[in-house]
Design a protein around this ligand. Structure first.
Ligand SMILES: *Cc1c(COP(=O)(O)O)cnc(C)c1O
Length: 406
């Protein structure tokens, strides 16, 4: 067992050498709390409240309807999409922001099924990640019933081998929300394409935490939320990526008026706009959207590769501290050890998790519980440091020491 003092010193050394350390000051955080739940709700960038006061006071309060043009409200979904694009490796013009992730999963699955030619043409199966965040599975199942497809739920690692001439598409999570396992986006996408199928990725737990490379790996469609690692705020709108090569044939199952080629023509017949804009539905939720837009300023000048390097160093260090402080067997990491298989969180299985997490939170270490037995700790490199990781592991050991070992 390492000496606790050594790990404290090591944390200080790592924080002093951390090229991203200065970014923490951009967030509204208090020194009493170690915030390890940014994979559920990202922290507030400190400049956002002032920007929102201006949006509400000036743009809504004074300019009122003029703001749709004069304050750029109307074009916010595609403008903010272009701000997210570099974070997920997409060229401009392929991402549109709006609606929830759940709604975008629906748009993406139905649109991909239509792009694949429809169930009547032999491709009648939709492969889904069987370990998925439930909403993706629920919605894919409903989408499949509507389009006449059959759902095949699989471990994501088995999807490349299962894709065949009956596969229309696969809906896969880049990072598993429970275990933090990073799935093989390049390999899975290539295997789906080799089988003639489309790849739809859910980036909720990867965007803002690690490089995604949507364009480089030829992903077809993708969705993701913005309130986790992108710090957009509670319920901030999600996004939809439609690769440029699919845009002309992208046939939205929710062709709302704001995706029309001439929305203010108010014509009875639908004619889709060009580009990713056809992923829009109705009137954008401007307040949430503009809070997200302001929140994205924290990424100016930040390279995702640098974020990834720190994320891996943080999770490595946290695991090292847990091994040093927590008696053998009290917790078992379910997050993979190899860097190539790890997202930006550490999940520890612990039979006492339901009593441990509230105790941690009481002592200022905020992670979350995923029933029945997972303690989840998210590491957001822009505002979490190595001393935070050390303290979290130390407090975890203290809490466990106060409970009877079973
Ligand atoms: C967080 C998350 C969602 C959230 O969906 P909402 O529609 O925003 O509630 C969906 N899918 C995955 C994989 C997630 O991690």
């Amino acid at each position: 067992m390492s000496d606790p003092k050594d790990l404290k010193q090591e944390a200080e050394r790592l924080d002093a050498a951390d090229p991203l350390a200065a970014h923490r000051a951009k967030f509204a955080l208090d020194e009493e709390t170690v915030y390890l739940d940014g994979n559920s709700l990202g922290a507030l960038p400190a400049h956002v409240p002032a920007r929102m006061a201006e949006v509400v006071g000036r743009e809504w309060g004074e300019l009122r309807i003029r703001s749709w043009d004069e304050s750029g409200w109307w074009t916010a979904p595609e403008r903010i999409g272009d701000r997210i694009a570099p974070l997920v490796g997409a060229a401009p013009g392929q991402i549109v922001v709006g609606d929830s992730t759940s709604v975008n999963v629906f748009k993406a699955v139905v649109a991909a099924a239509r792009l694949a030619g429809g169930a009547g043409e032999g491709r009648d199966e939709i492969l889904v990640d069987g370990t998925t965040f439930p909403t993706d599975g629920y919605i894919a199942e409903s989408a499949a019933r509507m389009t006449g497809h059959r759902i095949v739920a699989l471990d994501p690692a088995d999807i490349p081998g299962a894709a065949n001439e009956r596969t229309a598409l696969a809906l896969v999570n880049h990072v598993d929300y429970r275990t933090g396992r990073l799935h093989d986006l390049p390999g899975t996408t290539a295997a789906l394409h080799a089988a003639g199928a489309l790849a739809v990725w859910d980036l909720c737990h990867s965007a803002g935490a690690l490089p995604v490379g949507l364009d480089a790996h030829g992903v077809d469609l993708a969705v993701g939320c913005t309130y986790k690692y992108l710090n957009g705020g509670p319920g901030s709108p999600a996004y939809l990526y439609v690769a440029e090569r699919h845009q002309a044939r992208f046939d939205s199952p929710l062709p709302g008026w704001t995706s029309h080629a001439d929305p203010f023509g108010m014509t009875p017949g639908y004619r889709a706009a060009d580009g990713a804009v056809r992923g829009r539905v109705g009137t954008p939720d401007i307040l949430s959207m503009l809070a997200l837009e302001a929140a994205l300023d924290v990424w100016d000048g930040v390279a995702v590769e640098e974020v990834r390097a720190k994320s891996l160093a943080l999770t490595d260090f946290f695991l090292e501290c847990v091994r040093a402080y927590v008696p053998e067997g009290r917790v078992v990491p379910v997050t993979p050890e190899p860097h190539g298989e790890r997202g930006s969180q550490v999940a520890l299985s612990c039979p006492d998790a339901p009593v441990v997490m509230p105790e941690l939170i009481k002592r200022g270490v905020v992670g979350d519980l995923r029933r029945p037995d997972l303690l989840r700790f998210g590491f957001t490199p822009l505002y979490v440091g190595f001393a935070d990781a050390e303290r979290a592991a130390r407090v975890l050991a203290e809490v466990l020491a106060g409970l009877p070992a079973d």
